[in-house]
Design a protein around this ligand. Structure first.
Ligand code: ZN
Ligand code: ZN
Length: 581
């Protein structure tokens, strides 16, 4: 190989850095260092190839007297994808300052914006946006797509939207970046609306679009749209792509159809660890813990290496089933057998496992002996359990761990919980103090929100909401349901309401919890045989849980509710969680 190297320098393909350096040496030796083709060849290889060498590329770059835009852009591009993306921005600055440097073009900016994306720097990104205007490139599609991607990835989907709406010629990349950005920014309903617009525009989705849309469906529980997307890709090549399959599994599982998720899973020929993990998490959240553990053992037998998320899924399967011993067993195995160092999430799972099973003292000990600093979520998990098991003394003592968090102005959850603990202990004065503090810092409890999909449209309800066009019918139906429940001997669990108000008011408040509104609306519009599927942002309260059980029996209506933690399948007066949640 090496012998033929210098004989064919012009046609030579460079495959290693050694070859590149040999060629360079030969060029200098023969005084042909300006041979553009060779220089170009070896520079591009060093700057962009995965086996290249950026430092070497920079030396070559520096040795060129007046590099043209190809050299500038390639150097910037090399830095943008390197471990030091900020070097790309620094080089751009040098380009701006150098008098004989070429003007940046529609290749320069996308690479620079990529660096901003990777660095998560919107400030620099916005400055570049201004420079793009100055350069007159604001209508270049390549540049616009990069801007949308940069703003979206940095959580600035509103800015991305502004660029997007100004585009006259959108391609699948523009649409996908926008949809993906909205999903990332926790605006899944808007993402789905965007997808509908894209379809109207006649742009065919690619696999990245499908994955983003399925994520949005999973977030809102929009199974109708998810199924439609599944049908759309079924006979296309993208259906066999690993990331699409995993997204389908996740979508079906999160929309409450674990069996459909399983069917997709079973059709995959070469399953990667992501598909296994999506399936495992699905089974765990549906309370099908036995199947989850079996599947995990299959994964090990298939010689695949579980990752951090796989273990989280297995631990949550144990948690949801209340299997303390098994959970401990997996937790101990994770580092020893699979070489995965436990993260705060894993410790959280174990604390939750112990706390939910009522082992409050063990859970407290476990937190104290953890090698990592416990976070607010961990303490809240345990304090919540103290509330559930009526151990107000421990609960109140542990709230001291939430005190230092008062400086964290976003930690609304801790305040709410602190308030709840005081309320349960009947300490209304302390509770009022917490509320005052929250007001002072302008914190408000996130409202309970439930979404239900009816005929392909997502309807969203907030507790006590009367903004829905059919609100009157919904409240009438709720009254009627309450009447039927009374006949069945149901007593509203007023202890779930932690406000210092009259019992009668508490009953009304309970009756108007968001999932009840969603289910009443579902009942009005349901066609027989289809389950009502509701996605709720918070954990369900005990009253809603027992009401749903009764409603499923009285109205012979299957109800599937996904709360923050898991799924509840209500059928014939029973819930799949076996009242353990
Ligand atoms: Zn409730
Ligand atoms: Zn349940």
């Amino acid at each position: 190989m090496a012998g033929s190297l210098f004989a064919h320098t012009h046609a030579m393909e460079i495959g290693t850095m050694t070859q590149a350096m040999q060629l360079h040496a030969q060029m200098i030796k023969t005084g042909k260092q300006d041979n553009f083709l060779d220089l170009n060849n070896l520079f591009t290889f060093s700057a962009l190839s995965t086996s290249g060498d950026l430092t070497y590329a920079r030396q070559v770059f520096n040795s060129i007297q007046t590099p043209n835009s190809y050299f500038w852009n390639t150097m910037i591009r090399g830095y943008a994808k390197s471990p030091e993306p900020d070097q790309a921005l620094l080089l751009f600055l040098a380009m701006q300052l150098q008098e004989d440097a070429p003007n940046p073009d529609n290749y320069t900016f996308p690479f620079l914006l990529k660096s901003c994306t990777r660095l998560h720097r919107t400030r620099e990104g916005r400055q570049l946006h201004a420079v793009i205007y100055k350069a007159g490139l604001q209508s270049d599609r390549f540049v616009q797509n990069s801007l949308i991607h940069m703003y979206s990835s940095c959580g600035e989907s509103s800015f991305a939207m502004r660029v997007f709406e100004k585009m006259s010629d959108r391609n699948v990349v523009s649409w996908t970046s926008m949809i993906d950005g909205l999903v990332d920014d926790d605006r899944p309903v808007e993402a789905l609306r965007m997808f509908a617009r894209m379809e109207d525009d006649g742009v065919a989705p690619n696999d990245a679009t499908v994955v983003s849309v399925l994520r949005a469906c999973a977030d809102v529980g929009a199974m109708g749209i998810g199924q439609k997307v599944h049908k759309m890709v079924e006979h296309r090549e993208i259906a066999s792509k690993a990331n699409v399959c995993t997204a389908l599994i996740d979508m079906y599982a999160k929309c409450g159809c674990i069996d459909s998720a399983r069917r997709v899973f079973d059709t995959i020929v070469n399953k990667d660890v992501f598909a296994w993990t999506a399936m495992l998490s699905g089974l765990a959240s549906h309370g099908r813990s036995k199947e989850a553990i079996d599947l995990f053992n299959e994964l090990i037998e298939a010689n695949l290496k579980p990752d951090v998320r796989t273990v989280t899924a297995v631990l949550s399967a144990c948690r949801n089933a209340g299997w303390v011993t098994e959970g401990y067993h997996f937790f101990n195995d994770m580092e020893m057998k699979y070489g995965i160092r436990p993260t705060i999430q894993h410790y959280g799972c174990v604390v939750d496992l112990l706390a939910r099973a009522g082992h409050l003292k063990d859970a407290e000990e476990f937190i104290k002996n953890m090698p990592v600093e416990p976070d607010a979520v961990l303490w809240r998990t345990l304090i919540w359990a103290c509330r559930v098991y009526g151990d107000t003394e421990r609960g109140e003592r542990l709230t001291s761990h939430l005190q230092p968090l008062k400086t964290d102005s976003n930690d609304c959850g801790s305040y709410v919980l602190l308030g709840n603990v005081y309320a349960l202990a009947g300490k209304w004065r302390e509770k009022a103090k917490v509320r005052k503090l929250m007001n002072k810092q302008r914190l408000s409890k996130p409202p309970g929100t439930s979404r239900v999909e009816v005929n392909g449209v997502i309807h969203e309800f907030v507790a006590g909401d009367s903004s829905h066009p059919e609100a009157e019918r919904i409240y009438r139906r709720l009254d009627e349901i309450a009447e039927r429940l009374r006949e069945e001997g149901h007593h509203p669990k007023v202890s779930e309401v932690l406000l210092d108000i009259e019992d009668e008011e508490k009953v009304t408040q309970l009756q108007h919890h968001s999932e009840k509104l969603a289910v009443a609306f579902g009942l009005i519009n349901s066609s027989t045989g289809t389950p009502i599927r509701v996605v709720k942002n918070l954990r369900s309260c005990a009253d809603c849980h027992s009401v749903m059980k009764l409603v499923s029996k009285i109205y012979q209506q299957e109800i599937v509710i996904r709360d923050r933690i898991r799924f509840h399948h209500f059928k014939n007066g029973q819930c799949s969680c076996g009242d353990y949640w």
